[in-house]
Design a protein around this ligand. Structure first.
Ligand SMILES: Cc1cc2nc3c(=O)[nH]c(=O)nc-3n(C[C@H](O)[C@H](O)[C@H](O)COP(=O)(O)OP(=O)(O)OC[C@H]3O[C@@H](n4cnc5c(N)ncnc54)[C@H](O)[C@@H]3O)c2cc1C
Length: 432
């Protein structure tokens, strides 16, 4: 199997390998890209009895979908206010509800398909790292309930520090509906179900050439070709030159994860909850316990240029120790990175770019719930079951700015990091 060395690769629940495409295959719909967007689209079409062929360059889940933090929460990479400005209040509400449906999709798929090793654990905390009276957080809880009918719980400093033993944290919001999973086992469970329903998945089968203008779409790989009435391109942050319009419309952004050694007693001196945790700085980190509290999986940082994973992991470790100095003796066992795909508007790009040619990509750092609902609404549109996909129309395949756009993203991230630092420094001085 072709995966980087990650915690998820080391804890795979199955070892099924899939063949490469050889010769010609015909079907209703070709899907290029075996991440969560591609697999969910394929599964929904296969459930409706359509013949699907999915091509993946490496192994299913090789990309971001098989190496992420595993947090499943509501919303998108773009904030609710940004979405409402672009699409209007009504559409923003509908989009939010779709994002929650994406979470439900994952929860029910794990339950209904009895996916082994996906290990869903409820609860995500969003923690604040500077002192405040928490009034704005309580107002946010109220607004989320009023506007979206979505429940969040407010935790004050005492309650929060009972769960997370850190002087760096002040208040938090708990989302009891959010959860965290083993993403690679989850998506391999979807792949197995697609095949059970008759769908065909080819691994080690990079699409190298696409003829998408006629009524019949043709995609070629080194070993064969697939012909179909429709094509769906779901190549995320690993999108290459296959479809130039998609290549121009995203920025690949790298992000990093590290896994601690096994040390349950030491870890328990810091973290006394199984909820996943993210801090609500603008350039924040996130973490969760895995293996029943025996290890910490900690992620954060982004770069737009090739960066050494070792260097970034040293930064993540420094960060972990500023939050939990008691973990100074905890060793890092493993680290990896992955590529996310960001559009300029920070929203997913989902739609029909030409007759019979669909794109479902650019889920950014918020891709578990959104790939699921993205795949579902594309399948519904292909099947003529709904036009919910049109909610994504305001967020098209706009040019992402090329190299200059990449530099701008990195500068913005550093600016946000500096602002976070400045705000926390204010808290530290106030506390001194
Ligand atoms: C380190 C990390 C942590 C993250 N943490 C979270 C998190 O906790 N919660 C969350 O919601 N989101 C998270 N994300 C974001 C989320 O993982 C992504 O948004 C989501 O997985 C994107 O899915 P995708 O299907 O669009 O793309 P991918 O999963 O990247 O899949 C694209 C696939 O296309 C294949 N491909 C590319 N080109 C071709 C070709 N020519 N032919 C055939 N195949 C091709 C690639 O090999 C790849 O497997 C994280 C991302 C990263 C990298």
């Amino acid at each position: 199997m072709s995966y980087p060395d990650t915690y998820y690769r080391r804890t795979l629940a199955d070892d099924r390998r899939r063949p490469a495409l050889s010769g010609r295959a015909d079907c209703d719909t070709i899907i290029v890209g075996g991440g969560l967007a591609g697999l969910t689209t394929a599964l929904e079409l296969a459930r409706a009895g359509r013949a699907v062929v999915l091509l993946e360059s490496e192994s299913v889940g090789f990309g971001a979908s098989g190496r992420n933090g595993g947090f499943v929460g509501p919303g998108y990479s773009a904030g609710e206010d940004v979405i409402a400005r672009a699409a209007g209040d009504r559409a923003a509400r509908d989009l939010f509800h779709l994002s929650v449906e994406g979470m439900d999709y994952i929860r029910s798929a794990i339950r209904d398909l009895a996916i082994a090793g996906a290990d869903p654990v409820p609860g995500v905390l969003s923690v604040r790292r500077y002192a405040s009276d928490g009034a704005d957080l309580r107002a946010h809880v109220e607004a989320m309930g009023r506007t979206y009918g979505y429940r969040l719980d407010y935790l004050d400093t005492d309650e929060l520090r009972g769960l997370l033993h850190s002087q760096r944290y002040f208040q938090a919001l708990r989302d009891p509906n959010a959860f965290h999973i083993h993403p690679l086992n989850y998506l391999r469970g979807l792949a197995a179900e697609i095949e059970r329903l008759g769908g065909r998945i080819f691994e080690g089968s990079a699409a190298t050439e696409a003829r998408l203008d006629g009524a019949e779409k043709v995609i070629r790989t080194a070993g064969g070709e697939v012909r179909a009435a429709r094509a769906v391109i779901t190549t995320g942050g690993y999108t290459g030159a296959l479809v130039p319009r998609m290549a121009r419309a995203f920025q690949p952004i790298a992000t990093y994860v590290m896994l601690s050694e096994e040390a349950p007693d030491l870890i328990a001196t810091a973290i006394a909850t199984r909820h996943a945790v993210g801090d609500n700085r603008r350039a924040g980190d996130y973490y969760r316990l895995v293996e029943n509290g025996r290890r910490i999986l900690w992620g954060g940082r982004i770069t737009t240029r090739a960066a050494s994973t070792d260097g970034l992991v040293r930064e993540l470790r420094r960060e972990m120790l500023t939050v939990y100095p008691q973990l100074a003796g905890l060793k890092t066992e493993l680290a990896w990175s992955g590529l996310m795909s960001y559009a300029r508007h920070l929203m997913p790009q989902i739609g029909e770019m030409a007759p019979g040619v669909w794109h479902c990509t650019a889920f950014g750092g918020h891709g578990l719930n959104t790939t699921s609902i993205g795949g579902k609404v594309v399948a519904e549109a292909i099947l003529g079951q709904s036009d919910r996909v049109k909610l994504f129309r305001p967020f098209g395949l706009v040019w992402a700015g090329g190299q200059a756009g990449r530099v701008a993203v990195q500068l913005t991230y550093w600016k946000l990091q500096a602002q976070d630092w400045w705000r926390e420094r204010g808290t530290a001085r106030g506390a001194a």
